[in-house]
Structure formats: structure tokens, C-alpha cells
Design a protein around this ligand. Structure first.
Ligand SMILES: CC(C)(COP(=O)(O)OP(=O)(O)OC[C@H]1O[C@@H](n2cnc3c(N)ncnc32)[C@H](O)[C@@H]1OP(=O)(O)O)[C@@H](O)C(=O)NCCC(=O)NCCS
Length: 201
């Protein structure tokens, strides 16, 4: 009798454990999702607090780190950027997005010589941990607003058909750019140049 009671008791404990572990299995993933949502929301809030401003001389290190993190250039390809940045002039717009003293986005546009107020967006990169939070859009919007205020006429953006540029192509289309040209084998055999434009005035 005693041992039957003990068995029943043990079974109850076991059921208790099972239901606890069942609860844990159901609750922990739910909590995980909640934490993930909170983390994403926190970053989203941070991004809205990210300041977009003109780049300053002492931003170079942060700009290089951001470009590398974005995947725009590799360490081998980034070599020309410091010289370009050091020699920037009034016919160029270098912007950064800064969040918590870290540069999380970079854009660089330049006016095109021998054209009537046409500009090219030569560089756009967002730190990999901050992508898809609207920072790239904000940088392009800022460039456009600056150019509009200076009565410039057109912004041109070149990219490629490669898979790793799918996000950039989607971004330009979403921001109202029209793809107007495609040059096969432009960058190298097999790599097309796709040209997007937007009239500003
Ligand atoms: C391309 C890049 C600058 C976009 O910056 P971002 O801050 O991530 O872009 P946003 O958050 O402003 O995206 C705005 C919209 O563009 C589209 N988009 C951006 N990245 C995308 C991606 N990876 N896949 C699909 N659509 C994408 C979406 O429509 C997105 O809106 P949604 O998030 O509401 O769907 C960034 O991903 C990057 O630095 N990539 C590597 C470097 C690069 O390719 N630079 C462009 C060279 S031409």
C-alpha cells in the first residue's frame, strides 16, 4: 500500500516535472522572441536617434570601419578612400550617420563635370548591424534634400546586377529612382553596370 502511494506520488512529481518542462519549452521560445523583438525595437529607436551630418576630418577612421563592415569595399579595395576624403571639396557631399559615437552609415556624392548640375552618388554603405533600419534611405534623402536646396538637377546612382546588390537595387526603386541604363561587362566580363536616376528639379 505504502509503495503504491509512493509510486503515485512519484508519478505526480514526474507529471509535475513534465508539465514544468512542457511549460518551459513553450515559455522560453516565447520569451526569446520577446527579447529579440525588444532588441530590434531598441536598435530601431537608436536608428531614429542616429544623427545624419556632414563628415568631419576626424571621422575618417569611423568611415573606413563602417565601409568595411557594410561589405561595400574589402580591405584591399578601400585604399583610395582616405585620399578622396582628405581632398574633398565643395563639389562633393560626404555624410555620415552616427549612433552612440559610432559611424553606422556613410554616403559620398559628387557633382559630374561637363554636365548641367547632375550628381552621382558614388558611395553608400551602412554598418552591417544597422542595415534594414532606414539609415541608407535617410542618407539618400539627405543628399537629395541638400541638392534640391542648391537647385541641382539630377542624382545618378550606379550599381550592378549582382546578387549582393539586390538590396541596393530595391532601395533605389523604393526611393523613386528609375533604372535607365544597363551596360553589359562594364566593371568586368559578366558584371553589368545598372544606372538609376532621379530628377530633383
Ligand atoms: C544597400 C544599403 C546601403 C541599404 O541600406 P539600409 O539602411 O539597409 O536600407 P534601408 O533600411 O533604408 O532600406 C530601405 C528599403 O530598401 C529595400 N532594401 C534594403 N536592403 C534590402 C535587402 N537587403 N533586401 C531587400 N530589400 C532591401 C527595402 O525595400 C527596404 O525597406 P524595408 O526594410 O521597409 O523593406 C545597405 O544594405 C548596405 O550598406 N549594403 C552593402 C553596401 C552596398 O551594397 N551599397 C550600395 C552600393 S551600390
Amino acid at each position: 500500500m505504502r509503495s503504491l502511494a509512493r509510486t503515485v506520488h512519484l508519478k505526480q512529481i514526474d507529471r509535475g516535472h513534465q508539465s514544468q518542462s512542457f511549460l518551459r519549452q513553450r515559455t522560453i521560445p516565447k520569451l526569446d522572441n520577446v527579447y529579440k523583438r525588444i532588441a530590434k525595437k531598441t536598435i530601431l529607436i537608436q536608428h531614429t536617434m542616429a544623427e545624419v551630418r556632414d563628415a568631419k576630418d576626424n571621422d575618417l577612421k569611423g568611415i573606413a570601419a563602417c565601409i568595411l563592415s557594410s561589405g561595400l569595399f574589402t580591405a584591399d579595395e578601400i585604399g583610395a578612400v582616405p585620399e578622396m576624403f582628405k581632398h574633398r571639396d565643395s563639389k562633393q557631399i560626404w555624410l555620415v550617420a552616427e549612433c552612440d559615437n559610432t559611424i553606422v552609415g556613410v554616403s559620398y556624392a559628387g557633382s559630374l563635370e561637363l554636365t548641367d548640375r547632375s550628381w552621382n552618388l558614388w558611395m553608400l554603405g551602412v554598418h552591417e548591424e544597422y542595415q534594414r533600419m532606414g539609415i541608407g534611405s535617410r542618407l539618400v534623402n539627405h543628399v537629395e534634400e541638400r541638392l534640391k536646396s542648391e537647385r541641382q538637377r539630377m542624382l545618378i546612382i550606379d550599381t550592378t546586377q549582382k546578387e549582393d546588390q539586390a538590396g541596393a537595387r530595391a532601395l533605389y526603386s523604393k526611393l523613386g529612382y528609375d533604372q535607365v541604363a544597363r551596360i553589359p561587362d562594364f566593371y568586368e566580363d559578366g558584371t553589368e553596370k545598372l544606372t538609376f536616376i532621379k530628377r530633383l528639379s
